[in-house]
Structures are given as structure tokens and as C-alpha cells.
Write a protein of this length. Sequence first.
Length: 274
Amino acid sequence: MIREAPNQPVPLLAVQHIRKMRGGSQAHLIRASDKNLYVTKFQNNPQHVRVLANEYLGTNLGRLLHLPMPEARIMEVSEWLIENTPELKVDLNPRSVPCASGLQFASRYVGDTEHDRVFDYLPESMSHRIANLDDFPRVLVFDKWTGNADGRQAVFVQAAGQQAYRTVFIDQGYCFNSGEWNFPEFPLRGVFARNSVYAPVIGWHSFEPTLSQVEQIDIDDLWRIAAEVPEEWYEHDAAALSQLTETLYARRSLIRELITSFRNSTRNPFPDWK
């Protein structure tokens, strides 16, 4: 069974709705009690309630590995705010319904809204202006380990007066195969859409230090993060969350094999790896 976290994180409080975001989970941008903005996913999103658990687990694991991912928080959204904000809805065909109240997943909005520019796409010709291009093979380690069933999602932040862009890896909702919590293996899952980001890869050392960090991770770190996940995000199925945690720990030994399968795929993502 999942071990209890010694100190459960204190939830943020939702204060103000800003706007609805794009994407399949129909997240909303919300200002929280700490005055910061958060991309917030709700329990009754169209994908699956476990998407919230995946986001919390995945993002905190990524940050544990020092990957550039946003801060992940738990946010309390009151019934009062839902009732008094007509825009706080999700579209569940054939109708729209109010967003769920209670504990939701909140991802800190990347960048400074007043000074930074945030792009969800950069043309391939601008890849040389990505300051942390070498983080793409490192996040590939993470995505293969966690069985990310989606393409790797990223945004590019340009600070005021800067030419370079900083990549932030967002949206871990399809880690662990979304709501299925299993690990079907497909070489082209969990990878970025363009090969140009993998140009720096010339050998196994291109995936360090993340590869070694995952292979040597302490299972207590996995238990600690899993124990923080609100029970309603995994439908109070503690056995399933325990199984997921144990399976994730066991998968450490498969990462090199999974990366090799991607290397040998028709994409030929690492042409300079001899």
C-alpha cells in the first residue's frame, strides 16, 4: 500500500479565472492565492481523472531529475468560484458542464506574463537558438522510463531583450499511458516531433546525467511523491497506485533498451551516433 507522506503539501487556493487554455484536457489559467498564474486541470476533464495524478507524479519526478519542468502544485477550487465564473466549464459532448470543485492539478505558468514571450512552436531553422537543446535527449530518458504515450510537449520561453529561447517541458498527463497505467512499448511514442533537437546525441553520455540518475533512483523518492497525490485523482485505488510505483521502479533497467529501439527506428533520430 502507498505510504503516507510525512507532510502533505498545503493546497493553493484558486482566486481568479483568467482564460481557458488550448488542449485536450481543457485546462484553465487561474490566479492562485500566492498571486501566481497556474495552468489548472480539473478532475472532470475529458481525458481521465488519472491525468491529474500523472501530471503530479510525472512533473515532480522530472524536477527531481533537474529537468526544466514547471512547478507542480495542488489547487483547491471552491464551489463558490465555479458557480460565479460561467467560463469555468469543460465540454463533454454533447454538452458543457461546470468544472469540478475541490482539489485540482496546477502547473505554474512558465515565464513572466509582462516581460517574456512564450511559444508552443519554433520552426526547425531556429533550433540553434534553443539555449538548452541538450535537455531534449535527457527528457527522452524520462519519457521512455514513464511510458509517455504522447509526443513530447514543450514550450519555448524568450526573455525580454534575449535572442535565445529556453525550453520548458510541459504536459506529463499521458505518462503511464494516460488513464490505463500500463506500459505498451512503441519506439516513436514519447519523442519530440522533430529530429533536429536530437542533433547533439553522439553516444550514451549525451543522456547524462539523467540516465544514471534514473537508474540509481531511490524507491523512497517515488513513494514520497506518490503519497502526496490526492486520493480522488486515482479514484481511491491505492493498490493501483502502489503497483504503478513498483512498476516504475522496476523499469529503470529497460531505459537503454527503449532508447535503442528509438535509435533503430525509421526516424533515424541520432545520425551522428556512430
